[in-house]
Design a protein. Structure first.
Length: 388
């Protein structure tokens, strides 16, 4: 009996020693464990948007008068040079405006010449004290007023003459004495009825967007169409680069800034990934059909290679990817998290003793392989132990 008691005591002592050793082994870092250092890392997400490719810059070509498109000297998609004739319009109103401007200029020029003669005469008379100071000032004022009127009339006529196909005729040299030549020019029905609209800059001639607010839809002008003053006939686009407008929700707009890098891809050009930047942000929201406020953001790709220009065309759809950065936060691998008694814990190595202890934490945003810790009891530099 005594022998059995001794065996039991020995077994109990061995059990205590084994238990102590086991507990000590679980509270120390083993060579199979992974140890990571706690640090703050910026949390980034990728935002994706869709848009329509537009020219990098564009000059709008409008109709200066009401009229009819008589001729079109291009096809949409052609490259136009500065000063190249694009449209020839026929306009009765333009003919009337031309006649009025010509007569006003001839009259203003004649009045100026008369006023100039009277002013020169008054300078001589005033110098010899043959007229009063008031009379001299009156003649001087009349002379300057007549000069201003002539300058305005000349500028108005000059604007119209830029669009008339008059050759070898200097209208600005005409005087009121040239009545026969003036009458002949006023009867030049064909030339005065026809005006030419030219390209303001080099670029590709593109269809203009509709004015009804339907984004992406365009309108086409045909020969014989009636147009009104101010109607957009075409857009001269700079396609050496491209521009895209995207709509960003109110939840993401503050994550974006001007100059931020973006990537542009498209189903129609799968072999190219274009590097661009955010060039502008609206600071006032627009309400979409669903009622969610959105902000317009402009993205530009400043340079396209010749190979890219041959494949990528205006009006194509595109995808825009933006890396949005957040505040620096503590994140750990998901496998460092474990649950015990309904709480979330990580194992942390004590800096002094080297023992491993359980530290409760609160988890936040989770990705495929990591989780952000919120209101954590950890500090930067702590060692988290991931059991092997």
């Amino acid at each position: 009996m005594k022998r059995n008691m001794k065996v039991i005591v020995v077994l109990l002592i061995c059990a205590v020693i084994f238990s102590t050793c086991t507990r000590h082994r679980h509270t120390q870092v083993s060579r199979h464990d992974q140890v990571i250092t706690v640090e703050n890392k910026p949390q980034t997400t990728t935002l994706f948007y869709s848009g329509i490719i537009e020219p990098l810059n564009g000059a709008v070509v409008t109709s200066p008068v009401d009229g009819v498109v008589e001729q079109m000297h291009f096809h949409y998609g052609d490259i136009a040079k500065p000063g190249q004739i694009l449209f020839t319009l026929s306009s009765d109103k333009f003919q009337t405006d031309y006649k009025t401007a010509l007569m006003q200029y001839i009259k203003a020029k004649n009045d100026f010449m008369d006023s100039q003669s009277q002013y020169n005469e008054s300078v001589f008379l005033h110098k010899n004290q043959l007229i009063s100071d008031d009379d001299f000032k009156t003649k001087k004022t009349a002379y300057y007023n007549a000069e201003l009127t002539m300058i305005q009339a000349k500028a108005a006529l000059g604007v119209l003459l830029k669009q008339i196909n008059f050759k070898n005729v200097d209208l600005f040299s005409l005087k009121i004495e040239d009545i026969d030549k003036i009458a002949q020019l006023l009867q030049a029905q064909d030339a005065a009825q026809t005006l030419q609209i030219v390209a303001p800059q080099i670029g590709v001639v593109l269809l203009p967007n509709k004015k009804d607010g339907n984004d992406g839809e365009v309108t086409r002008v045909f020969q014989g169409d009636q147009v009104k003053q101010g109607d957009v006939l075409a857009v001269i686009g700079d396609v050496s680069g491209l521009k895209i407008h995207i709509n960003v929700s109110e939840f993401n707009i503050n994550q974006l800034k001007v100059g931020q890098n973006v990537s542009v891809t498209g189903s129609a050009f799968p072999d190219f990934t274009l590097a661009g930047k955010i060039s502008g942000l609206d600071h006032q929201a627009q309400t979409s059909q669903g009622g969610l406020p959105t902000f317009s953001v402009e993205v530009v790709v400043t340079k396209l290679t010749p190979a890219q220009q041959s494949i990528i065309h205006m009006g194509m759809s595109a995808k825009v990817a933006i890396e949005a950065g957040g505040d620096a936060e503590i994140s750990v691998p998901i496998r460092a998290i474990y649950f015990k008694n309904g709480q979330t814990f990580v194992k942390v190595e004590d800096k002094k003793t080297g023992d491993v202890k359980d530290v409760p934490v609160k988890t936040g945003q989770t990705t495929l392989d990591s989780v952000v810790l919120n209101d954590t009891n950890l500090s930067v530099g702590d060692k988290i132990v991931i059991p092997g």
